[in-house]
Design a protein. Structure first.
Ligand code: PLP
Length: 391
């Protein structure tokens, strides 16, 4: 029986594949150090868990009513977006999704048609091109200069826009790059898209994990025009260590959110109510745990960056947010006679027992992605092994 062309042309998630391979090797008794998953190694803070347990005890075990999200959770999301992002959204401008990945998927499905183009800045999060293709549209890749911390220049973005462009994915802080756009850079890009028939999907999963002097501005906060053209995507997975709860949200123009809600009513029927209630509490209660996790990511990020940047053949930009370091390893690949990131990662896992995600999965075969959502001991041991491999 044939599989649909839609699915045949899709790639599987490389990050999930690397994580699964590391887990499989570990189960077979191998001592693997994994830098694969962008998944917090912290547990969900206990007050959030308690809220879900209480909700379950109170009978929150049925469908989400309505499917696009419980009023109490939407109110909490509106409060968060106002308090932290300076964005005023009404509850009808919000949809709660089964993870934020689903928000990205709904945004594409509700916006794109075959023949449309969607711009994807490179390096990109693995899922963007596949979600665009799933919606029948064509991804158009625009590579940020590494000397500019991979950030797109307004002229580069302008040059990529055609009369077929309907959507742009924007992601800051970046997975995989670890870089972030400054508020001025966000405003400059917003100017390029303002008053064009282009929807910006601003993936702000790492907005709470900003390091040092870096400042964050939501794309929708760049101007009133940008606000009207942007869907802001976020969720509980990273800031609150809630990956397994499958809880995300999107906020934007009412007509887009309504279309996304229609899709959701025929798809997942919405996020689990107890996950929504837990997210509501996470967003509105004491944020000390978020700051503690952020500070620890920053500490690890600075450490892994220094170790990577000191290795022969690697050059790494300093992470300014999120949980990833993304060194350029082209010199090392050439010296070792390797074609690129895929061959290097294969060698790293089989010889050094270190799991790394190849940059090719994010649009750049010269790079390697290291998640630092793991302990300092893990980072230290992994860096020692990598140093030996590169010596
Ligand atoms: N967007 C980015 C940039 C991510 O890194 C991730 C997870 O790795 C997601 C979205 C999806 O997160 P979730 O579906 O767990 O909310």
């Amino acid at each position: 029986m044939d599989i649909s062309k839609r699915v045949l042309q899709m790639a599987e998630s490389a990050t999930l594949a690397v994580t699964a391979r590391a887990a499989q090797l570990r189960a077979a008794g191998e001592d693997i150090i994994s830098f694969g998953a962008g998944e917090p190694d912290f547990d969900t803070p206990s007050h959030i868990k308690e809220a879900a347990i209480a909700a379950l005890r109170e009978g929150q075990t049925k469908y989400s009513k309505p499917a696009h999200g419980l009023a109490v959770a939407k109110d909490a999301i509106c409060e968060k977006l106002k308090r932290e992002n300076g964005l005023t959204y009404a509850p009808e401008q919000v949809i709660i999704t089964v993870g934020s990945k689903m928000g990205c998927q709904h945004a594409c499905m509700a916006r794109l048609n075959p023949g449309d183009e969607a711009i994807v800045p490179v390096p990109y999060w693995v899922s963007y091109p596949e979600l665009i293709k799933l919606a029948g549209a064509t991804p158009v890749f625009v590579k940020g200069e590494e000397s500019n911390n991979f950030c797109l220049e307004p002229a580069q973005l302008a040059a990529a826009i055609t009369d077929k462009t309907r959507l742009i994915f924007f992601n800051s802080p970046s997975n995989p790059g670890g870089f972030s756009y400054s508020p001025d850079q966000v405003r400059a890009l917003a100017k390029v898209v303002e008053r064009k028939d282009i929807l910006v999907v601003s993936d702000e999963m790492y907005d709470r994990l900003i390091f040092g002097e870096q400042e964050f501005l939501s794309f929708a906060a760049a101007s009133s025009e940008a606000y009207g053209q942007t869907i802001t995507v976020n969720g509980g997975s990273k800031a609150y260590a809630m990956t397994g709860w499958r809880i995300g949200y999107s906020a934007g123009p009412v007509q887009n959110i309504k279309a996304m809600a229609k899709l959701q009513s025929q798809g997942t029927s919405g996020a689990a109510p107890f996950s929504q209630i837990a997210l509501a509490l996470a967003l509105t209660s004491d944020q000390t745990a978020v700051e503690e996790m952020r500070a620890e990511y920053e500490r690890r990020g600075q450490y892994i960056w220094q170790r990577l940047d000191d290795m022969p053949g690697l050059k790494c930009i300093r992470p300014t947010g999120g949980m990833f370091a993304f060194p350029n390893a082209r010199e090392a690949f050439n010296r070792m006679g390797l074609s690129g990131s895929l061959e290097f990662c294969e060698k790293a896992i089989s010889e050094a027992k270190v799991a790394i995600v190849p940059g090719a999965a994010f649009g750049s075969d010269d790079h390697l992605r290291f998640s630092f959502a793991c302990s300092m001991e893990n980072i230290d041991e992994g860096m020692d092994r990598l140093a030996k491999l590169l010596a």
